[in-house]
Design a protein around this ligand. Structure first.
Ligand code: NG1
Length: 444
């Protein structure tokens, strides 16, 4: 595998020096969706599917990118302090994000370039983190060009936090789950991740169940149309946080420092989930709230609210259901903590139930499910899964399913027939696989 990649590298870059190889795995999130950007916990695991790269440094600052998959055209840019994004969807943006992020955070003395050949068996647009795996792989390539070693010179968690911020370069307002599990995940274990500061706890996987991933086949390319849809939830959560903060200030008679929703639990107030839920109900009206009413609650002009909090989110006349988003955060926080305990106790039935509740909340409170994802999760439960939910950003992509080990074969056959065959009318191999973990990203 690595020999072939090295050989292909020499063909792609004749005359370049001997390359070094690195890998960055994908991930599947068991539970804790759309919580990371609020500083609330998540519970993902690495996948065996990964991005593999061969890299050789260049002194002239040029970054030359090649991909074994012809769908990704050759790309090139020059490393500088003023990198600007290429057109949305262009894959060099992920390399630019990594290079710009490292330049900003580590302020290295030089601005070297590199030649990089990438190959991948990780499906893209499936909610399995192919974009962050690419950012991490490119960061490892650039660290190599800078003669910096992962761990020795740059600790894994420091790089993960840095790259979570760096990936905003491509325009998505994601959190830090993906970069953290890709860099700090471990073989055979799941990771409970907390943020600000980043902490990773290794959690056992069930020994009586398999984690099975089913691709709904509806693509959710966050570099394209799904980006604005994805960003809507981080933006509305941020706005919900401002409303909660306004209510607290009113009640306490002084400003309370709450930068993100997670601060309600972890900040000076240390609220319980019940207290947070009660605050949300006091701070935000039920159902869709029009922009004018939100502005009034914040004591600001609607235009100011739109430019400060909504940015690219389209103005919806009927308003936004902010309370539903906050309800999801409180419920999902509780579910992640309980799921962690269930994994520690080997209670797969409890984990399955929490996964089902998480899917319902993603569908009803966040609006990130699709008819395909709903049908696929329903079919999975009928086929014997203990839990089934969409995984990742949503709006398409894959589901994650907890299936008793002795029922996997029947599960796969039933989902294949009922979802892929009868519902999608598709013939041939179904995109279903049993998830296997792998070590965190690093040298091959
Ligand atoms: P995926 O599924 O890889 O697009 C995105 C965000 C995560 C997280 C999840 C939803 C990025 C890079 N990733 O993941 O931070 O918010 O959605 O839980 O934006």
């Amino acid at each position: 595998m690595w020999g072939e990649l090295t050989e292909a590298f020499h063909k792609a870059f004749p005359g370049a020096g001997a390359p070094k190889c690195f890998r960055a795995p994908g991930r599947v999130n068991l539970i804790g969706e759309h919580t990371d950007y609020n500083g609330l916990p998540v519970l993902p695991m690495t996948l065996a599917q990964e991005i593999r790269i061969a890299v050789a440094p260049r002194r002239d600052g040029r970054v030359l990118l090649r991909n074994a998959d012809a769908a990704f055209a050759p790309m090139e840019f020059v490393n500088s302090d003023t990198l600007s994004p290429s057109a949305p969807g262009s894959w060099d943006n992920y390399a630019k994000a990594a290079v710009a992020g490292i330049n900003h955070a580590l302020a290295p003395a030089g601005r070297p370039g590199f030649c990089m050949l990438a190959e991948s068996d990780l499906p893209s647009g499936a909610g399995l983190s192919s974009s962050s795996a690419l950012v991490v792989a490119c960061a490892l390539a650039y660290l190599h060009a800078l003669e910096l070693e992962l761990e020795q010179d740059v600790p894994r968690l420091k790089l993960a936090a840095m790259l979570a911020e760096a990936e905003h370069f491509v325009g998505t307002r994601g959190g830090g789950m993906d970069q953290a599990v890709i860099l700090a995940g471990a073989a055979g274990r799941a990771c409970k991740i907390d943020f600000f500061p980043l902490r990773v706890e290794s959690v056992p996987l069930p020994d009586d169940c398999e984690v099975v991933v089913c691709d709904s086949t509806a693509k959710a390319e966050k570099s394209g149309a799904a980006r604005a849809l994805y960003n809507m939830n981080p933006r509305l959560c941020h706005l919900g946080c401002a409303l909660a903060r306004a209510k607290l200030s009113e009640e306490f008679g002084e400003d309370v420092q709450v930068e993100r929703l997670g601060d309600l639990w972890y900040g000076p107030l240390c609220l319980t989930t019940r207290e947070a839920e009660s605050l949300f109900k006091r701070a935000v009206p039920e159902g869709p709230v029009p922009l004018a009413e939100i502005a009034e609650l914040l004591g600001q002009k609607p235009e100011k609210v739109a430019s400060q909090w909504l940015e690219e989110v389209p103005i919806v006349k009927g308003g936004y259901d902010i309370l539903a988003r906050l309800r999801h955060q409180a419920g999902e926080y509780r579910r992640v903590e309980t799921a962690r305990d269930a994994l520690m106790a080997g209670d797969s039935t409890a984990l399955g139930r929490l996964m089902n509740e998480s899917h319902a909340s993603c569908r009803d409170n966040l609006g990130i499910s699709t008819p395909e994802l709903d049908r696929l999760t329903e079919t999975a439960l009928e086929a014997g899964a203990l839990g089934a939910r969409l995984t990742g950003a949503g709006f398409g992509g894959a589901t994650v399913n907890l299936v008793p080990a002795d029922r996997v074969e029947r599960f796969v056959a039933t989902v294949e027939r009922r979802y892929y065959g009868e519902y999608l009318g598709r013939v041939g191999n179904a995109p279903i696989f049993t998830a296997h973990t792998s070590p965190g990203a690093g040298p091959a």
